[in-house]
Design a protein around this ligand. Structure first.
Ligand SMILES: Cc1cc2cn([C@H]3C[C@H](O)[C@@H](CO)O3)c(=O)nc2[nH]1
Length: 224
């Protein structure tokens, strides 16, 4: 694992279900001047040449999943490539969760036909064969699906009002296979698992426990 070098910052991606507390996590590290924080480019997804692709996708996933995930892949690549001055780059989600979690889910649900998945996958393989989207560490905000769902309802994001608990449960299981059970795709970067069920009032302590690793001050013991 290349731990960042002078041409590339130490790149950390925070992954987790919808409602797992990623924004709270980003806000905590945004205070650190050594970290350049990039939230999900959701505003781009809401306005691609005037089209709200996120809304279209939730309203008619069969018709718009490919269009939406194709644009997600482009916008995430843009963030992976963004040059920064700080030594650490922290991104909300990544090209990897786009492919391994969301495209995976839409493919399993038959919302994205195999030919469309194949095209997304060809772009994904082409991009990841370059060094344009390398990552050094994954922080997995691990939540129970019911707690994640509760937060989604509370946050009440307009496009998500149709999101069912079953979708959140299935997305949880895919994240678990990818980042916890490690049975879905090989995950080259080390993974730090945080207990993201913790309430906001105590979760800062959980962040601080791993701050040295996230700031590239302390290597992760990779269990052989
Ligand atoms: C990389 C990636 C992020 C991402 C988010 N989403 C959805 C989940 C949430 O409702 C919203 C913001 O994360 O977008 C998606 O459908 N596909 C995605 N792919």
């Amino acid at each position: 694992i290349s731990r960042g070098n002078n041409s590339r910052p130490f790149t950390v991606v925070v992954e987790g279900n919808v409602g797992s507390g990623k924004t709270t996590f980003l806000e905590h590290f945004n205070k650190n001047e050594n970290v350049a924080v990039f939230a999900e480019p959701i505003d781009m997804w809401r306005n691609c040449s005037g089209y709200n692709l996120l809304d279209l996708m939730y309203k008619d996933p069969k018709k718009w999943s490919f269009t939406f995930q194709s644009y997600v892949q482009l916008t995430m690549l843009g963030l992976h490539q963004k040059k920064i001055h700080q030594p650490v780059k922290l991104m909300e989600r990544s090209l990897y969760s786009a492919r391994y979690c969301f495209v995976e889910k839409m493919s399993r649900d038959g919302l994205m036909p195999p030919a469309s998945v194949a095209v997304i996958d060809e772009w994904f393989k082409y991009i990841t064969a370059t060094d344009e989207a390398q990552i050094d560490l994954i922080v997995y905000l691990r939540t129970s699906p019911d707690i994640a769902y509760e937060r989604i309802l509370k946050r009440n994001r307009s496009e998500e009002k149709t999101v069912a608990f079953e979708y959140i449960k299935a997305l949880h299981d895919i994240h678990e296979d990818w980042l916890y059970n490690k049975t879905l795709h090989n995950c080259k970067a080390p993974v730090i698992v945080l207990n993201a069920d913790l309430d906001r009032s105590v979760i800062e302590e959980e962040y601080e426990k791993y701050e040295p690793h996230i700031l590239n001050k302390k290597p992760i013991e990779v269990k052989i």
